[in-house]
Every structure is written in C-alpha cells, then in structure tokens.
Design a protein. Sequence first.
Length: 430
Amino acid sequence: MSTFSLERVACDRMLGLAVRGRLADSLLMRANTARPHLSAAFLATKDDPYPAYAELRARGPLTRAELGQWLVTGHGAVSALLRDGRLESRMPAEYTRLTLGDSPGVDFLHRIVLTRTPPEHTRLRRFIGRALGTPVVRRLHDRIAAATDALLEPALDRGRLDVVTELAVPLPVGVVCDLIGIPTGDRPAVLTRVTALAKVFDAANLSPADLADINTALPWLHDYFGDLLAVRRAGSGGPTLTEMYWEESASDRLAVADFVDNMLFLFHAGFETTMGLVSNGVAALLNNPEQLGRLRADPALVPSAVEEFLRYDAPIQNVIRVARKPVEVAGQKIRAGRTVLLLLGAANRDEEVFADAERLDVGRDPNPHLGFGGGLHHCVGTALARLMAVVVFERLVDRVTVLGPAAPAVRRRHASLRSYDHLPLAVAAR
C-alpha cells in the first residue's frame, strides 16, 4: 500500500473530530454529492444514531464517505464482508503511527488477536478459547450468579443502583480477573491502567492527555503481567490463563509480549462488551416497559431478550476493515487499500431482514443479528458476555423493581462502542 493510501486510511479514522463542526442534523448530503461529509465515528457517538443509519440504508448497502472511505449498512453486505478474506482487520504499522505517534500502543495494536491473521490468529484464539470456550463458560454460571447477587444486595438496601458502575462493570471485571489469575488486591490498579490503555481503540477522539495515559499505562501493565507470569509459573497446571501459559511446550508457547498484550485485550474486551450489552439492554427496557412486562410474565424469554438487546442497540456499532484486494459490493468496486466501515448498528435494523426492525421485541425469532460481528474476528468473549447478560437480566427481572431514574443517564461517547458511563436508578426489592 502506498504512503498516500496509508495517510488516507489514517485520515478516515481521525475524521470524526474534523467533520463534527460542519455536519447538520441530517448526516446525508444530496444524492449527487460526490464526496459526502460522513463519519461513522460521529454517528456512533450520537444519542440516537438509528435515524441516520436508516437514511444511509435507503441509499443502498454501500455509501461513499469522505476521503474514499466506504460505509456498509445493509445486513446482507455487512454479513458477507465480515467473512470475506479480501478484507483484513490488521492495520498497517504506518496507520497506527499516524494516529498514535511513536507510542507503545502501536506495538500493542499489532500484537492482539483482533488484528492478527492466520496462523498467528489461530494460535491466539486457540489459547484464549481454553478459558472462554462455551464448555468452560457454562461451568461459571453459579459463580456469576453469586457475584451478581452480591452486587445487587447493597444497591437494593440503599434503594439506588447505578447499572454501569455497580453492576455492568464490576461483574465482568471480577470474572475476567479470575480467568486470567489477577489477585483481588491488584484489580483496582490493573483496571485503572487497562481503562487508560483502552483509549487506543478510539483514535478519532484521542487527545494529547489520552496519548500520555496510554504511554504511561502500557509499560506498567507489561511489568505487572511479566511479574504475574513469573509468580504463576510455580503453580503451573492450574485453571487460570497465566498458569495455562506454562503448560505449553517451549516451541508452542506464545512470546511473553504476545501473551501479555492479548491478556490486556481480553481484560478490556471482557468488560467492555458486557458493560454495553447490560446498560443498553436496561435502557431499552426502561423505554419499552411493555417488553419488561413480557419478561416478568415469562422469564424464559430472557435469553432471546439478550439477543434482541444485541440487535436493537449493539454495544459494538462498527468495525473497520482494509481491502487487501478489490471487492465489488452492489455494483460498486472497493479498491485495494481503501478502508471499509461495517456498520453493525445499521445492519441490525435492516427492514429487509428484521420485521418491524425499529421495535424492541424480546421474543424475536429468528434473530440473525450481527451484534458480535462475524467471521474470523468475531468477538472472542461471545459465550461469556451472553452468559453474564442472561444471569444479570434473570436477576433484575426476578429481584428488582425500578421506581424510576435516580439521576440523568450519561451516555458514553465513543467512535465504535456504544454504552453508558452512568445509568442511575431508584430501585426496590421485589
């Protein structure tokens, strides 16, 4: 890929900040505009991006954005491209250096499973799958249920629950820390640094202070996980990923840097997706009380409700790909080197696939949503996120009466991830 193409890739991702000041409420330009000022990063930060997604879908499954970027909105096209080997998730080193500068975050992004290709991708997923595969996750049900109850008890006693900070974050953080093998006393410090590191995934909104946070957090985390690996070596053969690491033969064992960066990615992804799924789902039920009534009348609907929350207000709104080879979609050719934004949030409201797509339906069946992406790079924590969400909503439906908002909700602003920073509710025990 030429340097010019790489600069265009970087500009595409950074476009969110530059374009915001000149976007009108309607994010679509006239049909004959050759280079519309569209930014998927900006769309994802809106309180309600779905009307704009509907406008984009009305123009067809593929929309040209500024600087040659393509936005894909139709369910069929997004689903197909998620599985198309001509698109890759791995970003060139020049792209990340244009957005992150000379930062340790550059190497981090190029080591994680999200951006790797086979055979490295296969090795990493196999290793992570030992802790996050469906058979292992199913055995966590009782532990997750007990942890959920323990988090709800004090909230019910005081009559107030912040769904995000008191439930949707501490629950997955505790579970993922158990899986990795992070001692309880170390978890607050690790979470603080992982939260700072996570800013690397929002390049469109990075400030100099954010970049400084990344540059400080990552070396600390590498030192911490290196020490943790050394300590856990004495307990080789145990159930945690840091102990499983030493079970690998010397020839098969991941490099320490690869292991550490992927544990950091797993830590982040483990709570990020669940936080969005739970908080968005609770907000959807608050806005659709008749659907909450259906769940109370028939709790067996909770698993299908979780799938509907993933469709209706997906925690992952878009994923970025780069075309390795030319790809044709709906008669339009995407040239090699172009960035392609697959808008999962838009695809999940496609009326050609989902009847009454704008309506929340906790019993929707079938529900072929793309809330966790798809293809080679589908979310590694899918089974765990689903289980945690099912347990949480079973408990909320069974044990909690929502009396109303305790304070205004605070929507999180992120270029690709959709959730809340705070969702405070007045609650009582049922």
